[in-house]
Design a protein around this ligand. Structure first.
Ligand code: G6P
Length: 484
């Protein structure tokens, strides 16, 4: 491993994301220990981080945890400290109770608080300053997601020499919703500090470009936005879609391992060897359509179109953002519905719904995917939905049916093999769940092969290379001066 910073003025590539790709625990002597937490983003970026001198700026996930930058997994990790108050206002407040619901079609009403906005600005500045301190002259900074939309402009103000990319992992809403945001102009200006603004779907990029035209009056031509610079020179910002993916090979290999296959058989046996095992895997979030899915499932039991002797639903709902009211309310609703349906329809040895409020390691997830005849992804709105792709990558046996909401980014890519549903249409969704449960093996194989071709080919390494390729090919300045 090269030692970063040796003889250099900084890192060639700096990733800025709300979370660091590590978890920490406080050891026996009160000292902090960091453990790798291999999320999707870190697997995506690991190869590029290792190939270049890479640093990652992010929050540890705990209050008031201050730590010097340190090296792990061939990258420099740069922790940003947040106080308990900042976690409440910047993370739980503005990020997850203002922007998250606003950007997800106001499924839950967004809350607008000026004090939250102040914290958002302050914390974004802290992330930007940390990135500025790490990046080499002429280097690349790649900023991620809705928690950090002001960072591109804040970096550019200090470092016009660096190339700045931004990727939004969640949807970008239509103008008619985005314009509710009292700080809509500041957010657009923050993003326009980047050279390249990436989105999951073409529709998200189009929403952004329209908002820029209407709320900032900048000229746009196709994906290019012309931003007048203070020095009289125009800048060009590109906005385009770069649909994210997963480390498909890793999931494919995991699911082929004898341990995972054994575990998958065990899971089915423990469920009482049902004819049809259905599976839902989500963060416990109101955007995921868990309530709609459970309602449809409960009605199918009530109608007698499914019965607990033959079918069962496993719902993994991993804990998320538990201090935000809307998430607490959702938990009450989901757990109430699961309790009622099990109370009504379950028999000894045959639960209607196995509800698991936990998160599991990738090995267990792969075993669950492999065990499931039908995968239910019924989000009301979702930037991409990587669970859909993980399910496909795990099914090297070419079996299993993916039921996929039209309101996910994944639906743009996987419509040729998935059964698409509108989760608001409960009757329509019930029919499709039944069709999925009864699909013959030939049809399953035909569809799964199409899905696998797509998911194994377009993996996350390709995604990051494609984004960084476009970013580094962009001229950092438009050569001509504006007339005037
Ligand atoms: C979504 C967001 C990510 C976020 C993740 C988990 O996928 O796009 O930015 O990290 O949810 O949410 P959390 O609030 O726990 O980071």
């Amino acid at each position: 491993r090269r030692t970063p910073l040796t003889g250099k003025d900084g890192f060639d590539l700096v990733v800025v994301a709300n979370r660091l790709p590590v978890d920490f625990t406080v050891g026996p002597g009160g000292h902090v220990e960091w453990n790798r937490s291999p999320g999707g983003l870190v697997t995506a970026l690991e190869p590029v981080m290792q190939a270049s001198d890479g640093a990652w700026v992010g929050w540890s996930g705990a209050p008031d945890l201050a730590s010097e930058p340190f090296d792990a997994d061939d990258m420099r990790l740069v922790p940003v400290t947040l106080s308990a108050d900042e976690i409440e206002r910047y993370y739980e407040g503005f990020s997850n109770d203002t922007l998250w619901p606003l950007y997800h079609d106001v499924i839950s009403p967004p809350t607008y608080h000026r004090t939250w906005w102040d914290a958002y600005r302050r914390v974004n500045q802290r992330f930007a300053d940390a990135a500025v301190a790490q990046v080499a002259q002429g280097g690349v900074v790649w900023v991620h997601d809705y928690q950090l939309q002001l960072v591109p402009q804040m970096i550019r103000a200090q470092r016009p020499d660096v190339r700045i990319g931004f990727f939004n992992h969640i949807p970008f809403p239509p103008l008619e919703l985005f314009q509710q945001l009292p700080w809509r102009r500041q957010v657009l200006d923050g993003l326009l500090g980047a050279d390249l603004v990436g989105f999951q779907r073409a529709g998200d990029a189009a929403n952004f470009i329209r908002a820029v035209r209407r709320l900032r009056a900048h000229t746009t031509r196709g994906p290019m936005i012309t931003v007048p610079g203070e020095d009289g020179r125009d800048r060009h910002v590109r906005a385009a879609a770069f649909p994210i993916s997963i480390d498909s090979r890793r999931f494919d290999e995991l699911a082929r391992s004898p341990e995972v296959q054994q575990r998958s058989r065990e899971i089915r046996a423990d469920l009482g060897d049902p004819d049809i095992m259905m599976l839902g895997v989500d963060r416990l979030d109101y955007t995921k359509g868990i309530r709609h899915r459970i309602k449809a499932y409960g009605e199918l039991l009530q109608d007698g179109r499914l019965d607990v002797e033959h079918a069962t639903l496993v719902q993994v709902a991993s804990p998320s953002r538990e201090n935000v009211d809307a998430y607490q309310e959702l938990r009450e609703h989901v757990e109430g519905a699961v309790g009622r349906i099990n109370g009504e329809y379950a028999e000894i040895g045959h639960a209607a719904i196995h509800y698991l409020h936990h998160s599991y390691p990738p090995e267990e997830m792969a075993a669950l995917y492999l065990a499931a005849d039908v995968m239910l992804v019924t989000a009301l709105r979702d930037g991409m939905n990587l669970v859909a792709k993980e399910y496909v990558a795990a099914r090297s046996d070419d079996h299993g049916v993916l039921v996929l909401s039209e309101f996910t980014g994944a639906a743009d890519e996987l419509s040729s093999g998935a059964l698409l549903v509108n989760p608001h249409d409960i009757d329509g969704m019930k029919d499709i769940i039944v069709a999925a449960a009864h699909m013959d093996h030939r049809e399953q194989r035909k569809r799964m092969r199409r899905l696998r071709r797509k998911v194994l080919n377009d993996d996350v390494a390709k995604w990051s290379q494609s984004f960084l390729g476009v970013l580094t090919a962009m001229p950092s300045r438009v050569p001509h001066r504006r007339a005037s």
